[in-house]
Design a protein around this ligand. Structure first.
Ligand code: ADP
Ligand code: MG
Length: 482
């Protein structure tokens, strides 16, 4: 190791550090090292962890690197300063060095001339989804091929997300839907659609590296990679080689700052290199808690599409699709009954269907209306709330805040009681939609309808701006929905 090379490069690094943001510096430049200086050609050899570093530095910071080199190695009587990168060969373990992209570009021709004699240990490349035995690094896309567009019933409730997804699969990275952000409640088809887009992309472009990953797995891999020294960069590189990255359940990233930072860089890099990002979330970006603003702003770069609850006709179609898949016959009135009574989501629709089939097979019974009614009762009534009345909502709210109904309805202006009262009004409005504002006011301590309106607005505002209040609201919602 040439100590002069090291100190020259360190001086370059400190100049670069002063001129670029801290985070990219830490990721892309801090891990580099000057290893050799050739005074005759005024060339410095810099070791970088992988080929990706070269690309990234060249693409983003070449001007500043050049300026640093000029400052340290420039001079009238010296040859123009040059930089040769030494990268670990990523796909070929026999090759331990690689020089590329010298700067300035007229030195390209000379790159083979340098006879560098330096070895470094080659770590196994980080690839949690590696297909072993293949020379090219290949990624198992982790797709479920049964979840494709053929088996996904389209309707008004998912039209935008579907169309955007298909466009993306035809033109990954080339549409303005990047990232494609799809959100919606549980059981509405996010995971199915995520796979369908991946499968379709793979059909259209078999050579593209598509990867489906759950946010939870991504986080685990990141944490593992960071605690095993020096694998953090490998983790980043791994994800940066993907052409189409699909991350499911990204609400899981809430409150996980480290993972958010790394995801931010990966998204930036992919976006920048024309790669496609697809994100699935159980809530919109507005409702995401503890996700930092710059990452949220990345989520909003492309298109945001919501999956809604399918309407009656769509629910019927979904049932019919399942019947066709399984070769099962069910009479039209039974299909109607299920579609009319299972209004929550598609997972419950499947739950009811599976229960019917289970009972029919187990009890060797025909699929009758009676069986369908039983199944709907079992699945839906169990999951769904007791009848909600303004009184029951006041009860729940009062218990939650540990105050009495009298307090709740009283005229007191104590802050926590005012908040409880406003929540009771707002939740009554939400869950007892048939009751008018006037009636809500009457039932909660004889207020007028303007007070109720004001309460609803205040609750909406506070939910947006006050974390603690938002928690009250979501706790109570959960409590009410059972
Ligand atoms: P989410 O990820 O939004 O919770 P899933 O994608 O897991 O929901 O969907 C729940 C179930 O419903 C899955 O078995 C899925 O295949 C099925 N499903 C969801 N949407 C549709 C659809 N539009 N057409 C057919 N099946 C669907
Ligand atoms: Mg899902």
């Amino acid at each position: 190791m040439n100590t002069e090379a090291k100190s020259v490069w360190n001086r370059c690094l400190s100049f670069i550090k002063d001129n670029i943001p801290e985070e990219p510096y830490n990721i892309w430049l801090a891990p580099t090292e000057g290893v050799r200086l050739d005074p005759d050609t005024n060339t410095i050899y810099v070791r970088v962890p992988s080929q990706f570093f070269i690309e990234w530095i060249e693409e983003n910071y070449i001007h500043i690197v050049n300026a640093a080199l000029k400052k340290e190695l420039g001079g009238v009587e010296r040859p123009r300063p040059r930089l040769i990168y030494l990268a670990k060969a990523e796909n070929n373990p026999n090759k331990t060095e690689q020089e590329t992209l010298p700067v300035p570009s007229d030195a390209y021709a000379n790159k083979k001339a340098a006879n560098i004699n330096f070895k470094q240990t080659v770590q196994e490349p980080f690839n949690p989804y590696v297909i072993p035995g293949l020379k090219e690094v290949e990624i198992d896309p982790q797709l479920n091929y049964n979840k494709n567009f053929e088996t996904f019933v389209q309707s008004e409730s998912n039209r935008l997300a579907c169309t955007a997804g298909m466009n993306v699969a035809q033109n990954p990275g080339k549409t303005s839907y990047n990232p494609l952000f799809i959100f919606g409640g549980v059981g509405l088809g996010k995971t199915h659609l995520a796979h369908a887009i991946g499968v379709e992309t793979k059909n259209n472009f078999p050579n593209k590296k598509v990867l489906y990953v759950e946010a939870e797995d991504f986080t685990k891999q990141y944490v593992d990679a960071s605690v095993h020294n020096n694998k953090r960069n490998d983790f980043i590189h791994f994800y940066q080689q993907v052409d189409v990255l699909i991350i499911d359940n990204i609400q899981f990233f809430s409150g996980k700052g480290g993972t958010q930072d790394v995801l931010f860089h990966i998204i930036n890099h992919l976006h920048h290199s024309g790669k496609q990002i697809i994100l699935m979330s159980d809530r919109s970006t507005v409702d995401m808690q503890e996700v930092n603003q710059r990452l949220l702003s990345r989520f909003r770069w492309g298109l945001s599409a919501e999956l809604k609850v399918p309407d009656y006709e769509a629910r019927k179609q979904i049932i019919k699709r399942i019947l066709l898949r399984d070769g099962v016959h069910m009479s039209e009135p039974i299909i109607d009954y299920i579609a009319a009574n299972v209004q929550t989501n598609i997972r419950e629709l499947e739950g009811v269907y599976n229960t019917i089939m289970g009972d029919a097979l187990f009890l060797k019974r025909e699929i009758t209306m009676e069986l369908a009614v039983e199944a709907v009762d079992k699945i839906i009534v169990k999951n769904n709330k007791k009848a909600l009345s303004p009184d029951s909502i006041q009860d729940i709210v009062a218990k939650y805040f540990d105050i009495s109904i009298q307090d709740l309805q009283s005229k007191t202006r104590k802050r926590h009681i005012v908040q409880a009262r406003q929540l009771a009004m707002s939740l009554t409005r939400k869950y007892c939609s048939k009751i008018s504002l006037v009636d809500i006011g009457k039932r909660i301590g004889g207020r007028n309808h303007a007070t109720v309106l004001h309460a609803i607005k205040t609750v909406d505002d506070l939910v947006e701006t006050d974390k603690e209040f938002k928690k009250y609201f979501s706790d109570l919602t959960k409590e009410i929905e059972g």
